[in-house]
Design a protein around this ligand. Structure first.
Ligand code: FAD
Length: 503
């Protein structure tokens, strides 16, 4: 295609996930002529393969578990059972509603959406080519960096500025047997047509833990294998231990400080993978004390790699680090003038809301505004049963950073609303600095943790103190009172728990 046919835009965004689509909408609102190129469906991993479909299915799991225990609430329900294909259909409906909504928003804001795979052909120019067939296995791993372009030229776009928002893809661990049928990534797990009778999940961080929670609720026999000392190892240790106890009560077998060294067909002549069982060898990190577990499915829930393959970044002179993540400054600028990068592909914080915020900041910067990223108050949520959410420093990290730390813990058992709700598993933990009582971190495990964390995020954003939270009037009876009570505990003035010993 001759170069002179390139359409010129103020901004070309490559990738329509939760990073790219808000960036495009904001840029258009700020008066920039904007194009967005997407090779699959707008919404990216988050709406199609991540945040939204998992949460839709976890909601089905929650409804099922609530109905199984409905007699505790005086509600009698007979013959409660799961229709997994209906769970999947509901998930698809939710995803479609939201992805259609994103497409409408892009249109309404005047963004030109171009379907296809973008690759750089010059410092400021991308060629959009047709998309090859996605190598979606029947339940096998989905290497979503492809579908790479199939080479059919569709359009050539020149941007005075560009934003690379191409996201990330599951990384397959170098374990013998990882490519056997029946071994899936998180993407492949959506394609299982039925709940596996037995499943081994490698990695107990957010993605692995959510699938464990869901499949356990749906009746699977779940084993999790985690290299570190607790599940959700990035979270405060108190939360990891509480989740491990809660998972154990629900029959999930969590093997910590253990790793998977091999996956093999369980028995000759009985088929392989999803046609037959797999044998998973689990060892200590140094390879000692091997044990074996027989399973129907292995889900690899750890590791992501950047989607930079097929982009021809070198033609634009964009630098990556050794592992391929695109390096950016606090204004999301790469080393190449006029080219920004946002979201997972930057390898900063692999969360949808961070991608979105980066997208808004990048578009603001391109429009000439003085905006920067600040990663101090970034919340994280894991939608297990019970839910987990946090912001800021864990107690251990606050101590490591040299703070004189004061901590307040408040259990949901002591909270009126949690008792009325019938969900009392968990606690709120506030970490603060002793002298000025500034809040350094808030950590929650329990009912609606993900909806409770914004108060902690705002506290961190405004550099609030324990007194600010404790002195704020909270409606009663609400789950939100738990943060206020935890702040009171940290201040040594608890109302609804006994006074802790001074530390
Ligand atoms: C199972 C799972 C659950 C998750 N749950 C949560 C959660 O609850 N909360 C949360 O905050 N985060 C969650 N995440 C993480 C979240 O999905 C990602 O952080 C987020 O999607 C990153 O957004 P992004 O825009 O950077 O990239 P992506 O969402 O990966 O979007 C990138 C887009 O770019 C397109 N693309 C790639 N290359 C090209 C190209 N060359 N040309 C054109 N288009 C291209 C892709 O098709 C894709 O649509 C979850 C992830 C997984 C896997």
């Amino acid at each position: 295609m001759p170069e002179e046919t390139a359409q010129v835009f103020d901004l070309v965004v490559v990738g329509g996930g939760p990073g790219g689509y808000p960036a495009a909408i904001r840029a258009a609102q700020l008066g920039l002529r904007t194009a967005l190129v997407e090779k699959e469906r707008v919404g990216g991993v988050c709406l199609n393969w991540g945040c939204i479909p998992t949460k839709a299915m976890l909601r089905s799991a929650e409804v099922l578990e609530t109905m199984q225990h409905s007699a505790e609430y005086g509600v009698l329900a007979d013959n409660v059972r799961l229709d997994y294909s209906a769970v999947l259909r509901r998930k698809e409906r939710v995803v479609k509603t939201l992805t259609d909504g994103v497409a409408s928003l892009l249109k309404a804001n005047g963004v030109t959406v171009v379907d296809g795979h973008a690759q750089f052909v010059g410092p400021k120019t991308v060629e959009v080519v047709g998309v090859g067939e996605a190598p979606l296995g029947d339940g096998g791993p989905r290497y979503n960096a492809p579908p790479a372009g199939d080479g059919r030229p569709l359009a050539r776009l020149e941007g005075r500025n560009l934003i690379v928002a191409t996201g990330s893809t599951p990384l397959l661990l170098p374990i013998p047997g990882i490519d056997l049928p029946g071994v899936v990534t998180s993407d492949g797990a959506f394609l299982l047509g039925e709940v596996p009778r037995r499943i081994v999940i490698i990695g107990a961080s957010a993605v692995g833990a959510e699938w464990a929670s869901m499949f356990a609720a749906f009746g699977a026999d779940v084993t999790m294998v985690e290299l570190l000392a607790t599940p959700i190892p990035a979270e405060d240790e108190d939360l990891g231990k509480a989740l491990a106890r809660s998972f154990a009560r629900r029959g999930i077998k969590v093997q910590t400080r253990r790793t998977v060294s091999e996956i093999a067909p369980a028995a000759k002549g009985r088929g392989r993978g999803k046609d037959g069982p797999l044998r998973v060898t689990i060892t200590d990190p140094d390879g000692q004390r091997p044990t074996q577990v027989e399973t129907d499915v292995v889900l690899v829930g750890v590791g992501r790699r950047p989607n930079t393959g097929g982009l021809d970044l070198e033609r634009a002179g964009v630098a990556t680090d050794q592992r391929g993540w695109i390096e950016v400054d606090d204004r999301l600028r790469t080393n190449a003038p006029g080219i920004h990068a946002i979201g997972d592909v930057t390898g900063k914080v692999l969360l949808a809301h961070v991608a979105s915020h980066q997208g808004l900041v990048a578009s603001g910067v391109i429009a000439g505004h003085d905006e920067r990223m600040n990663y101090r108050a970034v919340p994280a949520a894991t939608f297990t049963h019970p839910e987990v959410a946090s912001v800021g420093l864990t107690e251990a990290k606050a101590r490591e950073a040299g703070h004189d730390v004061v901590v307040g813990r408040f259990p949901f058992t002591a909270l009126g609303r949690a008792q009325t709700y019938g969900v009392t598993d968990g606690l709120v933990k506030v970490v603060a600095e002793r002298k000025y009582r500034e809040v350094l971190g808030v950590h929650i495990i329990g009912p609606s943790a993900s909806d409770l964390i914004p108060e902690g995020v705002l506290a961190m954003h405004l550099e609030a103190t324990l007194d600010d939270i404790a002195d704020t009037i909270h409606a009663h009876p609400t789950l939100g009172e738990s943060g206020m009570e935890a702040a009171m505990v940290a201040l040594g003035l608890p109302v609804h728990t006994s006074r802790p010993r001074r530390r």
